[in-house]
Write a protein that binds this ligand. Structure first.
Ligand code: GLV
Length: 324
């Protein structure tokens, strides 16, 4: 048995056999994440850490360990990890891009369709015995085909959403760090300012990592620019939207609806006023949760972990500058 020790912060949807041949593996078996203090103790004795987006991997934690050789996150987002602190220590940080792109775009599309056509409300209406007859104006929603979609952040997932929108003959606007002429031609998307995107879109969908620069980027001012018939979708990170401003916008009718898979904080407190709104769909951060995708994410995180233990370059590394 190898002398390597690893700690995995939750049970994973794959088998650990390959990893167990390589290292002594300890898995946190509880449903809730390990408390920070536990994590702090664990990192002091392990060579590898496989973590999730619910684990706070900050500078203090990274610096507490003399043994840590690799941090492998099972997620594409890594805003829970202090990357600069890991880089300073020359610890590679792995993540799991690409394998979750389609699952997340599919779910985004599901949220868009569900909110546009009021499917949750319609189901509730039926279940509560309110269906009396066919009515010309019952539960009218918004037409998706031919509408304008605004994509905020045209990375991997944003592009996959654009691809789906093409099948619905939508006009597609986007904002991103830069305008990509090749993409404009192949995807039929148009680069515009955020302001114009908000003013002209029927549906706005967010696809960007959470950074210090976009924290609460959606606030009162942005909602005021949107159409009163518009719907906002967020499958990125909760922190990009100011939840109080979202509540105001939805309750006053500044926008028509929203569908969010991510909240700030997570889980959303059960007394949050957002939970009282009929024009808001909230799901528990499950956009990538297809069986196939979650298994691929787990395997990828394990591969990154093993590479890091061996001192090999991680296949998917956030701070690959440490290799230069
Ligand atoms: C999920 O939100 C992820 O970042 O993979």
């Amino acid at each position: 048995m190898s002398e390597f020790k690893v700690f995995i912060t939750r049970r994973l949807p794959t088998d650990l056999e390959q990893l167990q041949q390589f290292a002594n593996v300890e898995v946190w078996e509880q449903r809730q994440p390990p408390p920070y203090e536990v994590l702090l103790e664990k990192v002091k004795e392990v060579d590898g850490l496989l973590c999730l987006l619910t684990d706070k991997i900050d500078k203090q934690l990274i610096e507490a360990s003399d043994s840590l050789k690799v941090i492998s996150q099972m997620a594409v987002g890594y805003d829970n990890i202090d990357i600069a602190a890991a880089t300073e220590r020359m610890i590679p940080v792995g993540y799991t891009p690409d394998v979750l792109t389609d699952a997340t775009a599919d779910f985004t599309w599901g949220l868009l369709m569900t909110s546009a056509r009021r499917i949750v409300e319609a189901s509730q209406f039926t279940r509560t015995g309110k269906w009396q007859t066919w009515e010309p104006d019952l539960l009218l929603g918004s037409q998706v085909t031919g509408a304008t979609l605004g994509i905020v952040g045209l990375g991997r997932i944003g592009k996959a959403v654009a691809h789906r929108a093409q099948g619905f003959d939508m006009r597609i606007l986007y904002t991103s760090n830069r305008c990509d002429v090749h993409l404009e031609n192949t995807l039929g998307v148009e680069f515009v300012s955020l302001e114009r995107l908000l003013q002209e879109s029927d549906f706005v969908t967010i696809h960007m990592p959470l950074t210090q620069n976009n924290y609460h980027m959606f606030g009162d001012e942005q909602f005021a620019l949107m159409k009163s018939s518009a719907v906002l979708i967020n499958t990125a990170r909760g922190g990009i939207i100011d939840p109080d401003a979202l509540y105001r916008a939805l309750s006053k009718g500044t926008i028509a609806g929203a569908a969010i898979d991510v909240t700030e904080p997570e889980p959303i407190p059960t007394d949050s006023p957002l939970l009282t709104l009929d024009n808001l769909i909230i799901t528990p951060h499950v956009a990538s949760a297809s069986r196939q995708t979650r298994e691929k994410m787990a395997n990828m995180a394990i591969d990154n972990l093993i590479a890091g233990l061996k001192g090999d370059r991680l296949h998917d590394c956030v701070n690959s500058d440490i290799y230069h």
